[in-house]
Design a protein around this ligand. Structure first.
Ligand code: PEP
Ligand code: MG
Length: 752
């Protein structure tokens, strides 16, 4: 930066000293603008701070009229300053007043200044304010000057983010940086959690901003990038791809960025302004995040996310931060905030210290959501930008009932939530009191309430929830959280422990349901246009019978001397069931021949989740020992509405005539064949839907243990005869029967 006094490094050092001084926030800001103006040979330097209402307030100035400080306020998007904030990009103009966005504020006296350079004050991609320099002479600021001002803005960002400015803010118009935020997402796991933010991948706070030796910093940067590149190459070459969750396409994208000249150039330029390599990564990362937040194209967003992840890796490389430290120093009221995480990563944390999880992504049927439900940790997903908006240690509330997240909640809101938690605890106590009561309706009909499970951590729920057994054991979860394919002996051990824990209660094991969205990190996955309709579940199992045979053998051996119940997922045609059943017979013959002790009885069932099977019900019921309706998939395929896509997942109501009629047909046909049937999808976990199922003829439901209490309370208050009458007329017509069913329940005093 030619003509400046001492260059950016001297300025940064002075700013650092000013930050450390024991002075008021206003004095500090006043000093900062004087320092910047002098260093950049600018006649004006001003700081505008973004307020909670989206407006920008002049907080300090050198050069403009001092009376305008705290008086001049620009509306969102107003003027050049508003434009910089909105676009989150620098604006460099030799003749500001000619710009269409220029807005005249007479109290500032800025009309005599022609050139204008404004840069956003960014932190983790969020705009906190705008930093401006102005000159009378018409000039375009050099690229170095733009860089230098952006670097300076990092210091301003730190000051705003510290919360220090609240003391000099007009009440009700505080800086937006630390404002309370209410964010609405998707409830993924039940419950309410109050606690403190723990960033799953913590942003590394750069304390060492100013470089002593630019050359040495450039060398450090080069060295770190080199290490990063080779570590990605190593991961890519590793055929086993043992690191769970790191899929090939992500790694390929990493490699692309790590070799991207533009990225490298930006990092080097930032270092050349006089900051350390890690500060340069933070600066460039902040720009990337700002771009990411404005990006609507999902593919580009995803790639920017990859770039962001890569910057995190580079930052860890430079600072030597230990990524494992996060799981050890956990506060006892931790609320994890992450873009997304694998089930394995979640299980690394001490469950007893987790109060909640907030994810930027995540769908109800995603693996992490299933594990979070199993662990009983309240979880909300689809909270855009959660990781950038929250800071380590911020107060936060997760409401897994409504899908709301309260970040830095005001005291009265926090009190309201404390009350809500107490109320919930009272309700839970009421459900617990029902634990040992049989689920029998008022007119004496017994309903079997089984639970869904998939991991060892689920098993204590069997007794706690008072479930009649396990109606769906998702065996793929063991495979999903493992770093490598579980050996037959490991499968055997798990199955045995499950049956031991269940004692004499029945357990239905579902064979591997992988493929589709359930990807195993260590098995090379096949690119598919429509994975949900692709090579998954029983299709994959029959094509790779080795995997299925090993699992069946583990199950048969684990069930020695007891009853074994197995079912196959995604059966579309009866021949698939026949082939799978034949494998069971073959394994039985093998074990018998080798003198192994066999199960007392083997029951083999089919899951009904593919609509084609609805038209082969008689055939399948002649072959299968029982049927289990997987309503998550059945509903998705029936209405052609992707269960994982928030936009369409709830578009169609299973309680509308097509859904009700399908369910009734299933119940009627099973009864005619005298074959046991159950339903194990999410439908069973909602009291109103469960009431409808009972009215349609279902007597056995399998659901997440947390919902057994509420569903049992419904059963105890219901009268099947009356419910049957109420649902009859709803099987016809065009509209959903939901509201009529609810009205019936309310009238009859049934808690739904
Ligand atoms: C279902 O599809 O309803 C089911 C129980 O299986 P999953 O959710 O594991 O696909
Ligand atoms: Mg399914």
């Amino acid at each position: 930066m030619r003509g400046s006094l001492g260059g950016p490094r001297v300025l940064l050092r002075r700013l650092r000293e000013t930050m450390a001084e024991q002075i008021s926030a206003q004095e500090r800001l006043d000093k900062i603008v004087v320092l910047i103006a002098a260093n950049m040979v600018a006649e004006v330097c001003s700081v505008y701070v973004l307020r909670v209402d989206g407006t920008l307030e002049l907080y300090a100035t050198e050069g403009l009229n001092r009376e305008a400080v705290h008086l001049t306020v620009l509306n969102a998007g107003e003027g050049l300053v508003g434009l910089v904030a909105k676009e989150a990009e620098p604006l460099n103009l030799p003749n500001a007043q000619n710009h269409p966005a220029f807005s005249y504020k007479p109290e500032t006296g800025e009309e005599i200044y022609n050139s204008f350079l404004g840069v956003p004050i960014l932190r983790a991609g969020n705009t906190l304010g705008v930093l401006v320099v102005q000159n009378r002479a018409r000039r375009t600021y050099s690229e170095e000057e733009v860089e230098a001002l952006q670097t300076t803005a990092m210091v301003a960002a730190e000051m705003i983010a510290s919360g220090e400015l609240t003391a000099i803010a007009t009440p009700g118009h505080e800086p937006a940086a630390r404002r309370p935020l209410q964010m609405n997402g998707l409830a993924l796991a039940e419950g309410i959690g109050l606690g403190r933010v723990v960033l799953h991948e913590p942003r590394i706070h750069v304390t060492n901003v100013i470089a002593d030796d630019v050359k040495a910093e450039l060398a450090r940067l080069d060295g770190a990038v080199e290490t990063l590149r080779s570590s990605i190459d190593v991961m890519l070459e590793d055929e086993g791809m043992a690191r769970a969750g790191e899929h090939r396409d992500v790694l390929e994208a990493y490699r692309m960025f790590a070799q991207d000249r533009g990225w490298m150039k930006k990092l080097q330029e930032a270092v050349q302004t006089g900051i350390t390599a890690e500060a340069a990564v933070e600066r460039v990362q902040s720009d990337t995040r700002a771009r990411m937040l404005r990006q609507t194209d999902p593919y580009i967003r995803e790639r920017l996310h990859d770039l962001d992840d890569l910057a995190n890796r580079l930052m860890r490389e430079l600072t030597g931060a230990d990524p494992e430290a996060r799981t050890s120093n956990l506060p006892d009221n931790a609320i994890l905030v992450a873009r997304n995480m694998s089930p394995a990563a979640l299980l690394d944390y001490d469950r007893t210290r987790l109060r909640g999880i907030v994810l930027e992504e995540g769908a109800p049927t995603s693996h992490v959501a299933i594990v979070a439900r199993a662990l009983g940790v309240p979880t909300v997903g689809q909270i855009a930008n959660a990781t950038a908006l929250s800071d380590q240690g911020d107060a936060i509330i997760v409401d897994g009932e409504t899908g709301e997240v309260q970040l830095r909640p005001p005291a009265d809101l926090e009190r309201a939530y404390v009350e809500k938690v107490k109320l919930r605890a009272r309700r839970q106590a009421q459900y617990a009191a029902l634990r040992d009561r049989e689920a029998v309706t008022k007119d004496g009909v017994k309903i079997d309430l089984l639970m869904n499970a998939g991991l060892l951590v689920d098993l204590p729920h069997l007794a706690e929830a008072g479930a009649d057994g396990i109606g769906l054991f998702r065996t793929e979860l063991q495979f999903m959280i493992a770093a490598a394919l579980p050996r037959t002996s490991e499968q055997y051990t798990l199955y045995r422990s499950v049956m031991d824990a269940a004692k004499d209660k029945p357990v239905t094991f579902r064979t591997l349901d992988i493929g589709g969205d359930k990807v195993l990190p260590y098995l090379r996955s096949v690119e598919e246009e429509n994975p949900a309709l692709g090579w998954r579940a029983i299709r994959l199992s029959l094509d790779r019978p080795g995997l299925l045979r090993a699992q069946i053998r583990a199950l048969l051996r684990a069930a020695a001397g007891r009853e074994l119940r197995i079912m196959f997922p995604m059966v579309a045609v009866v021949s698939e069931f026949d082939n799978a059943r034949a494998l069971v017979e073959r394994e039985l013959t093998y074990l018998r021949r080798h003198g192994h002790r066999l199960p007392n009885q083997v029951m083999v069932g089919a899951m009904l989740e593919v609509p084609s099977l609805l038209f082969a019900l008689d055939d399948i019921l002649e072959r299968a020992d029982f049927l289990s309706v997987g309503s998550n998939d059945l509903v998705q395929f029936l209405f052609a509405a992707d269960r994982g896509n928030a936009q369409v997942a709830n578009r169609f109501d299973p309680l509308s005539p097509p859904g009700l009629r399908v369910l009734k047909m299933i119940a009627d046909t099973c009864k005619r064949h005298g074959k046991p049937f159950t339903l194990c999808g999410e439908l069973a976990a909602k009291p109103l839907e469960a009431m409808a199922l009972i009215a349609l003829g279902f007597r056995s439901l399998s659901l997440s243990p947390a919902m057994i209490g509420p569903v049992k309370a419904m059963v105890l208050a219901a009268n099947v005869g009356e419910a049957e009458k109420a649902i009859q007329p709803l099987l016809k017509g065009g509209a959903s029967g939901r509201e009529k069913l609810r009205a019936f329940a309310v009238e009859a005093g049934i808690p739904v």
